[in-house]
Design a protein around this ligand. Structure first.
Ligand SMILES: *Cc1c(COP(=O)(O)O)cnc(C)c1O
Length: 382
């Protein structure tokens, strides 16, 4: 899915993603970048190619179709499909494209085992354990039985065992994370007990940054690769220091006009000027995934960046337009870029800030803005 008719300019700086990869590699040496959901909106194949140049040799995607897209896009290496097999047809794709499904139900493994006899080779599989997320995965008490099944089923070749941390970004829940790690350790022991030694993987971005000892055989960074700090604004904030946001997003100003005090503005007159106000109209709105949640009745919430200055959003975000206060930018004129995310200089809008204004997390901001048509740059070779 993409939006290709808007005025929005979404730019992905692949150099920032490579730099973030290098930074994370200093914490945990073997990384399996998570490029699910079109690399969190940053471009699946483009991001994977950039990370390969940095040394990445394996990737996590969500669904098998994404893995196939990576392979067809000319990206070699191991690809894990984190959602496992959604339907049986995908099993054939896994064989054809050498995709490793992260199975979380026994019937998925059985389907692959049955197919393997016709294919003349075993299916490479990973398995997912639920060590506290309570979303997908085998339970810990199934570990010993599953390990024996995997060892004794010739059609299956176990590559990796995974679990996912639920609260690693919250220091107040460090006990729960430690508990999850202990449970995963028990899973690991059960596999080793029957003589299996696949790769064990637990850590996401937050754990890589704050608890690198959970890196185990390989870690799975997502959001930090794209430059968002999982600890933004909290006591562990410094763990994410040096991450560089890769995505920026801007729209041209369509109009700059002076309004008198006391004028209600936009749909519903949600905001009313209380002084002479110069209003810029940016060509971006909720149809471009610039959330209507950025609307502001007091002009003190969300902001965009014009000529390096913060300009507050005024009133309701509309379908393809958003009004901002450019009173403090006397040189502002139609055609200027209004940055919704990023921009030049000290005041560049950070993904964490935009997410807060939006009432969400950077993950969602990236995924949604990334639905727009994008451009790729490499600021290292600029
Ligand atoms: C999305 C995902 C990750 C990456 O998480 P981040 O918080 O973005 O680093 C890792 N593992 C699994 C299983 C995931 O679904």
């Amino acid at each position: 899915m993409s939006i290709d008719y808007n005025a929005l300019d979404v730019v992905v700086d692949l150099a920032a993603i490579r730099a973030n990869y290098r930074l994370l590699s200093t914490k945990v040496p073997r990384l399996c970048p998570v490029v699910k959901s079109d690399a969190y909106g940053h471009g699946l194949v483009e991001v994977a190619r950039a990370l390969r140049a940095e040394g990445a040799r394996e990737f996590c995607v969500g669904v098998t179709a994404e893995a196939v897209k990576l392979k067809r896009g000319g990206i070699p290496g191991d690809v894990y499909a984190l959602l496992g097999l959604i339907d049986e047809d995908e099993a054939a794709d896994c064989f054809e494209y050498d995709v490793i499904p992260v199975c979380h139900r026994l019937d998925q493994l059985e389907t692959l085992a049955i197919l393997s006899s016709g294919m003349g080779k075993p299916a490479r599989v990973a398995v997912k354990f639920d060590c506290g997320m309570r979303r997908l995965g085998f339970r810990e008490n199934e570990a010993a039985g599953l390990a024996m099944f995997l060892r004794d089923t010739p059609g299956l070749s176990l590559v990796a065992v995974m679990a996912h941390l639920a609260c690693a970004d919250n220091p107040a829940q460090a006990d729960f994370t430690a508990e999850q790690a202990i449970r995963f350790g028990e899973v690991e022991a059960a596999f080793r007990e029957v003589g299996l030694s696949p790769n064990f993987s637990l850590a996401n971005s937050a754990a890589i940054l704050s608890a690198p000892h959970l890196g185990l055989d390989f870690a799975r960074p997502g959001v930090a690769l794209y430059g968002a700090n999982p600890f933004d604004g909290g006591e562990l904030e410094d763990f994410g220091q040096g991450l560089r946001p890769a995505m920026s997003c801007s729209a041209p100003l369509l109009s700059v006009r002076d309004l008198d005090p006391g004028e209600p503005l936009g749909y519903g007159g949600l905001f009313r000027t209380h002084r002479p106000t110069r209003v810029g109209v940016a060509a971006a709105g909720y149809a471009d995934c610039v959330s209507r949640g950025l609307s502001s009745s007091d002009g003190q919430g969300a902001a965009m960046l014009v000529r390096g200055e913060r300009c507050f959003v005024l009133g309701r975000v509309s379908m393809q337009m958003t009004m901002i206060d450019v009173t403090n930018v006397p040189e502002a004129r139609p055609g200027d870029r209004a940055y919704i995310l990023g921009g030049e200089g000290q005041e560049a809008i950070r993904p964490e800030e935009l997410a807060k204004w939006w009432g969400t997390i950077p993950y969602e901001v990236f995924c949604l803005l990334g639905l727009n048509r994008r451009r790729f740059i490499d600021s290292d070779s600029a």
